[in-house]
Design a protein around this ligand. Structure first.
Ligand code: ADP
Ligand code: MG
Length: 241
């Protein structure tokens, strides 16, 4: 009980909260626990870097936070709402509406146009062709790709492809963008451009960024970072003041 007579300030819950997240792959003798009881809050509009060696559990953690996978135990809350109680038919729209993905394994469909690739989340969301066109072109415009709308994805450079992936992540106006090694396959200069774009989206649109990266410089630019080793958070840093 509080002795204070002034009311508590209304504080909004973190956009993402992980409580005691554990993920075990496989069963019996083959069982392997990739994540052991991880607790983590991500504040709205902030950027968080997840760093650690290969195999430490970064992607496992990100997939759980992004509701692409379910924890073996523990809970994820999105805006204070527990995800474990949601059925697939509630979870899928929530994920589609709230999150954007910049993942290597969700790459572009090579034979489709840039426009078709970027508008896919809007097709899934069931928007009208008119709305799809407006929002897709706005996202392409924001990434400097409007003139590439009718090009086949396959005909673009690596940096342009990654910008298309970011446009697709942006098209649903998500509150969180998850990026797993977003600059990993790019040369230094192109990687730096992609990094600039992600931080610009955070700054200008208040989008929360959760970034898995090996790149210490990229991690240092985030508001906070966590280091994972063997499935546990071993270090937490508040980078920005
Ligand atoms: P990181 O992204 O840090 O490289 P991951 O989260 O991908 O690490 O993997 C963490 C550990 O879990 C690794 O040892 C990996 O081999 C294992 N792992 C990941 N996914 C699976 C899976 N689907 N089945 C079995 N083991 C897995
Ligand atoms: Mg990984």
């Amino acid at each position: 009980m509080s002795l204070s007579t002034t009311p508590e300030p209304a504080s909004s819950p973190p956009v993402l909260r992980a409580v005691g997240l554990t993920r075990t792959y496989g069963k019996g003798e083959a069982a392997f626990t990739a994540l052991h009881g991880v607790d983590l809050d991500v504040q709205r509009g902030h950027s968080l870097a997840i760093v650690g060696k290969s195999g430490s559990g970064k992607s496992t953690l990100m997939h759980l936070l992004a509701l692409l996978d379910r924890p073996t135990s523990g809970e994820i809350e999105v805006d204070g709402r527990a995800a474990s109680g949601l059925r697939a038919r509630e979870l899928n729209p929530l994920r589609n509406k709230t999150f954007g993905f910049v993942f290597q394994q969700f790459f572009l469909t090579a034979g489709q146009t840039v426009f078709e690739n970027v508008s896919l989340p809007l097709v899934i969301a069931g928007l009208s062709p008119k709305e799809r066109k407006e929002r897709t072109m706005a996202a392409l415009d924001a990434l400097g790709l409007a003139d590439k709308a009718n090009n086949r994805a396959n005909d673009l450079s690596g940096g342009q492809k990654q910008r298309v992936v970011i446009a697709r992540a942006l098209v649903n106006e998500p509150s969180v963008i998850f990026a797993d090694e977003p600059t990993g396959n790019l040369d230094t200069a192109t990687g730096a451009q992609v990094e600039e774009i992600l931080f610009r989206l955070q700054r200008e649109r208040g989008i929360t960024l959760v970034v898995v990266t090996h790149d210490r410089d990229l991690a240092a630019r985030c508001d906070s970072s966590v280091t994972i080793a063997d499935g546990r958070i071993v270090e937490r840093t508040e980078v920005a003041a």
